[in-house]
Design a protein around this ligand. Structure first.
Ligand code: ZN
Length: 254
């Protein structure tokens, strides 16, 4: 069913999506991304897990990004859920993360008109089967009522950001993003970049740079979690770093 047809019929797409979630819950019951207990079809986390998250209230300046926001601090309470999401798209994580990103956006001065997920290369997409930032963006569009588009493409494979320090991360991503020729008219657009986790902000900075060079009026960025400053530089020595946590939980995933 086309978007134009839905608009013509004056149907609220957010409400329609809610009905879809209610129906699908019968087949694939909604679960809490952290503890995997059963939760209502329209809930994001169970009460206990939600209360265990540390809300992000920091302020960082990311080059080329007008406003950045995130919902929570990346810590040991949320990292297993984020890691599971990086290895399987099953469950409710992308809905839950989008729900909380929407909360953070509503509290900010972000006034975007298009959501843009951070892209993956075609090769990575083929290996993983999905782009987690795109899954979040698809849910988020119903929550903040603006469309999403894959405006950016990733033009080359880069080293894993977690293996590099701050300087290395910025160099690693240089020239790695481009605007998809389908979306070359970015003048006047206020774009909102979306990713699951923001560490140093290098990925958002490089993506925002490309969007601004192509005429975007404003570029905002939002992630579900933000790594605290103390863990940005030496993630490999951090026992709550993604790869360490993954070692601990990998038995439960497969
Ligand atoms: Zn829970």
């Amino acid at each position: 069913m086309s978007a134009a047809y839905l608009n013509y019929m004056n149907i609220d797409r957010a409400k329609l999506h809610k009905v879809y979630r209610y129906a699908i819950d019968w087949l694939f019951p909604n679960i809490c991304p952290c503890c995997e207990c059963k939760i209502e079809y329209d809930k994001d986390f169970c009460k206990e897990c939600l209360e265990s998250l540390t809300v992000y209230d920091g302020k960082i300046n990311i080059p080329y990004v007008d406003i950045f926001t995130a919902y929570c601090i990346y810590n040991e309470n949320i990292s297993p859920a984020i890691l599971k999401f990086k290895h399987t798209d099953a469950g409710n994580s992308y809905y839950a993360f989008a729900y909380r990103i929407a909360e953070a956006i509503k509290k900010s001065c972000i006034n975007a008109n298009v959501i843009v997920p951070i892209p993956m290369t075609k090769e990575s997409l083929r290996k993983r089967g999905y782009n987690q930032a795109e899954l979040i963006a698809k849910e988020l569009r119903y929550m903040i009522n603006i469309p999403y588009a894959n405006v950016l493409i990733k033009t080359r494979q880069t080293a894993q950001q977690k293996t590099l320090d701050r300087k290395g991360r910025a160099v690693n991503l240089k020239g790695a993003f481009a605007v998809d020729p389908k979306y070359n008219a970015l003048a006047g657009k206020r774009l909102l970049l979306i990713d699951d986790v923001c560490t140093t902000g290098s990925t958002f900075a490089e993506a925002a740079k490309v969007l601004k060079e192509n005429g975007a009026e404003k570029v905002f960025a939002a992630s579900f979690a933000k790594t605290p400053k103390s863990r940005e530089e030496r993630p490999d020595e951090d026992t709550t770093a993604p790869e360490k946590i993954f070692e601990k939980i990998s038995k439960n995933i497969y």
